[in-house]
Design a binder for this molecule. Structure first.
Ligand SMILES: N[C@@H](CCC(=O)N[C@@H](CS)C(=O)NCC(=O)O)C(=O)O
Length: 285
């Protein structure tokens, strides 16, 4: 669980926020995952949108709440929680009904969610290459400089390395873009993972059995983003494809995943504009 301690939090006003507050961005996959979870739970929450395209997450006010500069962040009765999967597991304990983590499976779910989080930079690579496709560097040097200049900050009292990981990701993107080699490696990691999920979904309706769980939420968000990137789910993973169609149709999901910048007809043009190469062509699927 990543709950910040008092000395980590420099933007002190949040300590006075009562109830459930979420700092998030409409089009962020981790924010979407948390919002779907909140919808399914029926938890009332106050929204604090953070403008990622305007680099608000790299400014001192937000870094004083989450030193990593990442969304989402939960502030619950003045306590600050970061890392979407930790936030979800924390809220599951605080708001146990309806259950979205099966009783007795908490440790297993934590491990499986960690697995999902490990692919987050691969998701970002494929999103920037095939969905957002910015014409220039995704983060301008000035935004990165102000982000870096603010210092590493502490998480639970310990100097935090995660921000450096983020800075290196964006610097590399500015240097070389999201190359074919990088996109291929990321797509292949997903293919291996989705192959396993597809086998599970051939046997049962949801990833943990007969009931929907946080794992379905987490993987649907990734699968949805990658479907926008042109990942050929119907051909490669038919069970996963049907499961995704079923979840996408639920209002608790539909409300959150419709908020991307591009309409479907624009996406095809973007996929092709990438030196004429689609994800399928780059990945060799
Ligand atoms: N492991 C983190 C990842 C959070 C993350 O990378 N969030 C992205 C949005 S999905 C973000 O804030 N990106 C910052 C940016 O684009 O500058 C979590 O699960 O909360």
């Amino acid at each position: 669980m990543v709950q910040l301690i008092d000395s980590d939090i420099k933007t002190r006003e949040v300590l006075g926020w009562r109830g459930v507050h979420v700092l998030h961005f409409a089009g962020s996959s981790c924010s979407q995952k948390l919002r779907v979870f909140l919808n399914l739970k029926g938890i009332a929450w106050q929204s604090h949108p953070i403008d990622l395209p305007g680099y608000e997450n790299m400014q001192p006010w937000f870094l004083g709440i989450n030193p990593r500069g990442l969304v989402p962040v939960l502030v619950h009765d003045g306590a600050v929680h970061i890392e979407s999967n930790d936030i979800i597991q924390y809220l599951e304990r605080k708001f146990p009904r309806p259950r979205l983590i099966p009783a007795g499976h908490e440790t297993e779910v934590a491990t499986l969610l960690k697995h999902e989080d490990d692919l987050h930079l691969d998701l970002r690579t494929l999103s920037f290459r095939f969905v957002f496709a910015p014409p220039g560097p995704p983060k301008p040097a000035a935004a990165l400089e102000s982000y870096a200049a603010h210092g590493a900050g502490t998480v639970q009292g310990v100097s935090d390395h995660e921000k450096q990981v983020q800075i290196e990701f964006w610097q590399r993107a500015a240097r070389e873009g999201f190359t074919d080699d990088r996109a291929r490696a990321s797509a292949q990691r997903f293919r291996a993972e989705f192959g396993k999920l597809d086998k599970t979904l051939a046997r049962q309706p949801y990833l943990m059995g007969n009931d929907l769980s946080v794992l379905d939420i987490a993987w649907l968000i990734y699968a949805h983003r990658l479907s926008l990137a042109g990942y050929p789910f119907a051909r490669l993973h038919p069970h996963l494809h049907s499961w995704a169609e079923k979840l996408r149709a639920m209002p608790e999901f539909a409300k959150e995943i419709g908020q991307l910048r591009h309409a479907p007809e624009q996406l095809d043009a973007i996929h092709r504009a990438q030196a004429g190469k689609t994800l399928e062509a780059v990945a060799g699927f």
